[in-house]
Write a protein that binds this ligand. Structure first.
Ligand code: FE
Length: 186
């Protein structure tokens, strides 16, 4: 009789342990899902740049010919313009920002905001317009943002932006060209 009670007790403890394990796993999964949802824009198009297939492909010599020295250094060499030096840092006219390398329309002025970080900042982008790449240069882990059409380096995206996305696309002025919206009501 005593033996049966011990078996029943052990069985009950096993059931409780299974329930606790299952619940903690569900909790973990839901946290991961929330995180994934919040960073959807960042991770959606993350790829290794080497395997990316860009519509516009040009030799380095052609890029050097077509771009200014500074554009080439930043767009093709992943350079960064000096903080607070870019012409669009404090530029807030209504319009669109095109890739300076290929003319692809990328950012809308409606999502531009004053982040005080020293570079033009946007809190959102059409995810088909850019691709993101893990960047481990300079001892940091950052997410590089490149033009989806030509692969030109635009800047980086950080998770300290305003709502509703919580993202800050920190972009070099040299990598983009502003096109004023000439339609009314803008
Ligand atoms: Fe481009």
């Amino acid at each position: 009789m005593q033996h049966n009670r011990i078996i029943a007790l052990a069985f009950a403890v096993a059931i409780v342990l299974i329930i606790i394990t299952y619940n903690s796993d569900s909790q973990g999964n839901s946290t991961v899902n929330d995180l994934e949802k919040n960073t959807k824009n960042i991770t959606e198009n993350t790829n290794e740049k080497d395997t990316m297939n860009f519509e516009i492909k040009k030799s380095e010599d052609v890029w050097k010919d077509e771009l200014s020295e500074e554009e080439y250094r930043i767009l093709r060499g992943k350079g960064t313009e000096r903080a607070f030096s870019g012409k669009y840092n404090l530029h807030f006219e209504g319009g669109e920002y095109l890739c300076a390398g290929c003319g692809n329309t990328i950012f809308d002025s409606d999502t531009k905001y004053s982040s005080h970080c020293g570079w033009p900042s946007f809190y959102d982008v059409d995810s088909s317009k850019v691709k993101t790449v893990e960047d481990r240069s300079y001892g940091m882990v950052r997410t590089e943002v490149v033009c989806a059409k030509c692969g030109g380096h635009l800047g980086h995206v950080f998770k300290d932006g305003p709502e509703p996305t919580g993202l800050r696309y920190c972009i070099n002025s040299v990598s983009i060209k502003f096109k004023k919206d000439t339609t009314e009501n803008k």
